[in-house]
Unconditional design. Structure first.
Length: 394
């Protein structure tokens, strides 16, 4: 998987810099070529000579050396991927804010390859709001954050912030290149998140959906080579890269965006929590409080899944969700039939860890052909893999 891959390892100043030696050895063993960049601070923790010897390549530290200039643009272009490990708190902060005061930052800013970041620091620094915001920013830039471990830290304290073990980092980067192409160039439409139905200029009717499941599905489909359009309701979740994102607010806007894109679609997965009712009229001005009791007249929204079920061709696959709190199987099967879907993914709020806001979910998939597949509680990323595998088995 990593044979002949060109890896740019960027080492910054952290006690975990000693693990860079193991990383290089593991990558070289995989048949990869490794070039190393270090910050000046990193040199306090591990000698450049060690890393140069192990990588069999010159280690780059400075933008200028004597009368030579390190071509940071070419280094970033040479690599199949860049791995910043360890990424110290300071290096992460600079990367997040575009500060370019050393070779590592110059290469980071000009790199066109995928970038992995393996943070390493003390727990207090790791959990600080500034660091967490910087990590979110890197994620938004499309960088892949390698989760920190919990354990003994350089300070002697026990907590979060330890850099992931080299073996795990190698596995993560390996998995990244293990992209299956079983959805190559397939066009996939995904709806995700809540909808907001405006009552007046300051209020709306919404729901607790975060869109995490739909976002995980979008990521999974992209990884497998698909061209994804994500119709996304209001959410603050980090959105995926390489996806055509259409931001919508109301059920009506979501319906229109889905219809507009449906014709060319091979697979549509409707995971959004769409409002079933919307105010009959939207007040032009803020509604003032007067009576003790107050009601709003609501009208039914159009069911997007059902609409698509009515116009889909035999070439198109339509997948819906069913969020239930009781009579789960019976309700899911009704939705499968009434909405003319090919699959219904059932999740029940009765299951701990399933449904809105959680990073995990527990699902059962009902197929039009009578198939039923039960799955354990898993992360939404793994659930996304299960859903796509089930659809493709059809
Ligand atoms: N759905 C939709 N448009 C709507 C309502 C729901 O596309 N106006 C889709 C959802 O995205 C989901 C499926 O229909 O894929 C089922 O949604 P769910 O909320 O579980 O059920 P409802 O059909 O709304 O029925 P009920 O609220 O009675 O359970």
């Amino acid at each position: 998987m990593l044979k002949q891959k060109k890896i740019l390892l960027a080492v910054s100043g952290s006690i975990a810099a000693y693990k860079a030696a193991t990383l290089i050895r593991l990558y070289v063993k995989e048949g990869a070529e490794v070039k190393v960049i270090m910050t000046n601070a990193a040199e306090n923790f591990i000698p450049a000579l060690t890393l140069a010897t192990l990588s069999k390549n010159k280690v780059f530290v400075n933008l200028f050396e004597g009368d030579t200039w390190s071509n940071h643009v070419m280094l970033g272009r040479w690599a199949d991927f860049m791995l910043v490990a360890p990424a110290s708190c300071n290096t992460i902060a600079k990367m997040a804010n575009g500060i370019c005061d050393n070779l590592l930052q110059a290469v980071y800013l000009s790199a066109t390859c995928p970038i992995f970041v393996a943070p390493a620091m003390d727990e207090d620094m790791w959990v600080h709001a500034a660091t967490q915001r910087n990590i979110l920013k890197l994620n938004e830039y499309g960088n892949i954050i390698i989760p920190v471990n919990s354990g003994e830290l350089a300070s002697g304290l026990i907590g979060q912030g330890r850099m992931a073990e080299p073996e795990d980092i190698v596995k993560m980067t390996k998995d990244f290149f293990k992209i299956k192409d079983d959805l190559l160039n397939k066009k996939i439409l995904i709806s995700a998140g809540p909808t907001y139905e405006q009552i007046d200029p300051v209020r709306f009717i919404g729901n607790n959906s975060t869109g995490k499941m739909g976002i995980a599905l979008a990521n999974e489909c992209v990884k497998r080579g698909a061209l994804v359009t994500l119709v996304l309701g209001p959410t603050t979740e980090i959105t995926p890269n390489n996806v055509n994102i259409i931001r919508v607010k109301s059920a009506e806007e979501m319906l229109n965006a889905c219809i507009l894109n449906f014709n060319e679609i091979d697979i549509a997965i409707m995971s959004a929590a769409v409002a079933d009712y919307t105010p009959n009229t939207v007040a032009t001005h803020k509604i003032k409080k007067k009576e003790d009791f107050f009601s709003i007249e609501l009208k039914k929204t159009e069911d997007i899944l059902k609409h698509l079920g009515g116009i889909k061709t035999s070439e198109q696959t339509l997948v819906g969700f069913a969020l239930e709190t009781q009579n789960e199987e019976e309700n899911a099967l009704k939705k499968l039939k009434n909405k003319n879907a090919d699959f219904i993914v059932l999740n029940s709020l009765q299951d701990a860890g399933a449904g809105f806001g959680h990073n995990t979910n527990k699902i059962t998939i009902f197929g039009k052909d009578g198939s039923i597949n039960y799955f354990d509680l898993k992360t939404k990323e793994k659930i996304a893999t299960d859903i796509i595998n089930t659809i493709l088995k059809k």
